[in-house]
Design a protein around this ligand. Structure first.
Ligand SMILES: Cc1cc2nc3c(=O)[nH]c(=O)nc-3n(C[C@H](O)[C@H](O)[C@H](O)COP(=O)(O)OP(=O)(O)OC[C@H]3O[C@@H](n4cnc5c(N)ncnc54)[C@H](O)[C@@H]3O)c2cc1C
Length: 368
């Protein structure tokens, strides 16, 4: 580990992707992970690969990353438990149809393939949806993966190129170095912080806040739904900066199981499943797909998103230590944006050009 040029803290999807790209670019990489690789938010999340367009920077990053995911998955989708199911943004009323149309224009302008759905074409694709919906928008290139598996694949690729892993907890970050819980110090020219929601424990000055989420998964009901279904109202929920909210978000896993999301809560770091919040989320989902109420839920869990004030991740130099780089704060989109994050970070470390403009993601935007 002491031979490393880069020490990556955290082997979630973001740290694993960084290790993969840095090692591919010929750097000597060490990864420090205190637990199981991919066992943090990466295992808790839904694994929806989705182009989001709340602002141009989010659109640029997510579209870039979804394209990288397609390259990574290639002709071996089963390895990543990938499904190119697409997303249907469900519009409950005419106002949401207008939002769907605006979204379609924005995405199409960025080369993302979409199709507006009338009620008839919506129900033809998803007969389980309740009657009376206004229509929707199908985004064809979106998909889903099983993120812990991909994190492992990326990490193994880095290891095959000579990267080393160490199971340990980083207790402090210093200039060009880290301190581990056994008291040992390890130096490297570059330190990449990719510790997800725990990044703030190492650097409390970072503008990060945990956002708790609940998920539930059913038994196998192949074909119950065929696309990732998300209500357009989700956007309001995802943007909320305080308060608790739920949104309809249903995912057909390749196993035939239905993954049900999602909730957002601030001001809590308690990982316990909260029956009231879970009930609210499930009841809300059943208002969109009534027969969901007849399915058996096998397991429920929670996870924490690491949120910045503007909803965009921190990708770039950290101000408070020399040699420090941040790859954190990916909120509810970090599976999607992990691969582009790694490319943007590696290019900065190696002083090379990036595919998309960096400014919106630079941590320095919060320094003022
Ligand atoms: C309910 C929910 C649903 C979501 N759904 C989606 C979705 O559908 N699509 C999407 O794109 N994103 C989704 N996300 C977001 C996504 O899961 C995260 O943004 C992403 O997993 C973050 O990855 P990470 O590698 O930064 O963090 P993590 O996966 O948490 O990895 C960080 C790693 O760092 C390690 N670590 C932390 N501190 C230390 C330390 N001091 N020393 C050593 N190791 C340390 C941890 O053990 C962990 O393994 C969802 C999140 C939640 C909670």
């Amino acid at each position: 580990m002491n031979n490393a040029e880069v020490i990556v803290i955290g082997a979630g999807i973001v740290g694993a992707a960084c290790a993969d790209v840095l090692s591919e670019r010929g750097m000597r990489v060490a990864i420090v992970e205190q637990d199981i690789a991919g066992g943090g938010a990466t295992a808790a999340g839904m694994g929806h690969l989705v182009v989001m367009d709340d602002n141009p920077a989010e659109l640029a990053l997510s579209a870039y990353s979804v394209a990288l995911w397609k390259d990574l998955v290639g002709d071996r989708p089963q390895r990543h438990e990938y499904s190119g199911c697409g997303t249907i943004w469900v519009a409950a009323d005419e106002e949401e149809m207008e939002a769907a149309l605006a979204k379609a224009h924005t995405l199409a302008g960025h080369g993302v393939q979409c199709e507006m759905l009338t009620p008839a074409t919506l129900y033809a694709r998803e007969p389980q949806l309740r009657a009376g919906l206004a229509g929707g928008l199908l985004v064809k290139g979106d998909g889903l993966v099983y993120p812990p598996k991909t994190a492992r694949i990326l990490l193994d690729r880095a290891i095959r190129r000579g990267a080393v892993t160490k199971r340990a907890t980083v207790t402090a970050i210093e200039d060009h170095g880290v301190v581990l819980s056994d008291g040992t110090r390890h130096q490297a020219q570059h330190i990449v912080l990719a510790a997800g929601v725990r990044s703030g424990a190492l650097l409390p000055e970072l503008p990060l806040q945990p956002k708790k989420g609940h998920l539930a998964i059913t038994d196998r009901y192949p074909g119950f739904v065929k696309h990732q279904l998300v209500e357009l109202g989700y956007i309001k929920s995802a943007h909320a900066a305080s308060g608790d909210s739920v949104a309809f978000n249903l995912q057909p896993r390749p196993t035939g199981q239905i993954l049900i999301g999602s909730s957002r809560q601030f001001d809590t770091v308690d990982p316990a499943v909260e029956p009231a919040m879970l009930q609210r989320m499930l009841q809300h989902a059943a208002t969109f797909t009534p027969r969901l109420a007849d399915l058996n839920v096998l397991r429920t869990w929670t996870g924490f998103r690491s949120a910045t004030p503007d909803g965009l991740p921190l990708i770039g130099p950290g101000a408070t230590r020399r040699g420090l780089w941040l790859a954190t704060g990916h909120e509810g989109l970090g599976i999607t944006t992990s691969l582009a994050t790694a490319q943007l970070l590696a290019a900065q470390i190696q002083n090379q050009k990036t595919r998309i403009p960096l400014a919106p993601y630079l941590p320095g935007r919060f320094h003022a």
